[in-house]
Design a protein around this ligand. Structure first.
Ligand code: AHG
Ligand code: MN
Ligand code: MN
Length: 337
């Protein structure tokens, strides 16, 4: 049968069938993430109505509408994932410490780290935002609550990573190490359906994405690279096109599809860059690599860095593999032009 609809759940079940040891817990976890994503999608879409409904004094205004959306998104993720018996600990951008599973709920073997709402400063202007998540298997002994060390694993240990983008449509993109697959939420029946199977990112970038207002604060290598991407050279397809939304999920998603490099370098103001290793850089790096791209801190592969703390920042260069190699050469002083 052609034109068959493949839902996210079906896709995950079929992937899991390849692993005879699978218990179904991973499928449950992903279903809970998808449910949280639908709730967050619904509320981000309603964000513009908050003020309108509020002024009208409408009874439709629920408590959660007045909450900041990143707090709402965080609570939605936590409450969706804490009771299913698949997780033993979680961590979130919105919470300083690890998030334990409440005592009355069973424990599982998975560890989930997330940025509940990425790009949230854009929300009032109706610009795309996203949710990012990374899943690991616990390293601490089973039968007890998970601990900080479970959350501080190197990115290469990820068993799954994904993001949801709340844009002109809502999409979930995920990988379990077997390619990258994109699902679009059909709002009429509320299912994520496979729309972008096996996403591959172009080897060469057409786009560079960076907050160039930081230029004067950057190291010389990064300055040289940005100068390089703007030079005219037909053979290497330069100048690259500049595109910067300021929501990493949206910037990286666009670059993934079109070919591009996303940069958030270290600077004199932010010596380790801005973005966080555990729940921003690592999951996006896993996806980019699975799509054929590269993710680096300028010197090393992101996924091989050992996190020392939950909210550790990291300089980040990710996207089309040829271009990430070039920026590494500039940063390491191997070339100047
Ligand atoms: P968050 O909304 O989760 O705090 O993340 C915002 C991040 C990221 O999405 C984006 O790429 C970056 O901040 C933008 O930073 P600048 O405003 O410094 O460019
Ligand atoms: Mn973020
Ligand atoms: Mn966030």
């Amino acid at each position: 049968m052609t034109n068959q609809i493949i839902t996210l759940t079906r896709h995950i079940i079929e992937e899991q069938r390849k692993h005879p040891e699978a218990t179904g817990k991973f499928t449950d976890l992903m279903n809970d993430i998808a449910f949280a994503a639908k709730l967050i999608s619904y509320h981000t879409n309603k964000a513009g109505l908050m003020g309108v409904l509020g002024e009208a004094g409408s009874v439709n205004v629920q408590g959660e509408f007045v909450k900041k959306l990143d707090v709402f998104a965080n609570e939605t993720m936590v409450y969706a994932l804490d009771h299913g018996g698949h997780t033993c600990v979680m961590a979130s951008e919105e919470e300083e410490d690890i998030i334990p599973i409440p005592e009355n709920f069973p424990l599982g073997k998975y560890v989930c780290l997330f940025d509940p709402l990425d790009g949230s400063s854009n929300i009032d202007a109706n610009v795309s935002v996203g949710t990012i998540f990374a899943i690991y298997t616990r390293t601490s002994p089973e039968g007890r609550p998970g601990i900080l060390e479970d959350c501080l694993q190197t990115g290469v240990n990820q068993v799954c990573a994904g993001y949801v983008i709340y844009g002109s449509s809502t999409m979930m993109v995920y990988t379990t190490g077997n390619g990258v697959h994109g699902f679009t939420l059909d709002p009429s029946y509320g299912e994520f359906v496979l729309s972008h199977p096996n996403i591959r990112t172009p080897k060469k970038a057409k786009i560079y994405s960076v907050n160039e207002s930081n230029f004067d604060y950057w190291d010389q290598g990064v300055k040289n690279y940005i100068h390089y991407v703007k030079q005219i050279d037909k053979e290497t397809n330069r100048p690259l096109n500049s595109r910067y939304i300021g929501s990493m999920v949206s910037d990286v998603h666009r670059n993934l599809l079109y070919g591009g490099i996303f940069l958030y370098p270290a600077s004199a103001l932010a010596p380790n860059g801005k973005l966080r290793l555990t729940y921003e850089a690592n999951p996006m790096a896993f996806i980019i690599e699975q799509a054929g791209g590269k993710a680096s801190n300028g010197k090393k592969r992101i996924m091989e860095l050992k996190p020392e703390s939950l909210h550790q920042r990291v300089p980040l260069f990710m996207g089309s593999s040829d271009d990430v190699k070039i920026v590494e050469d500039f940063i390491q002083g191997k070339r100047e032009n």
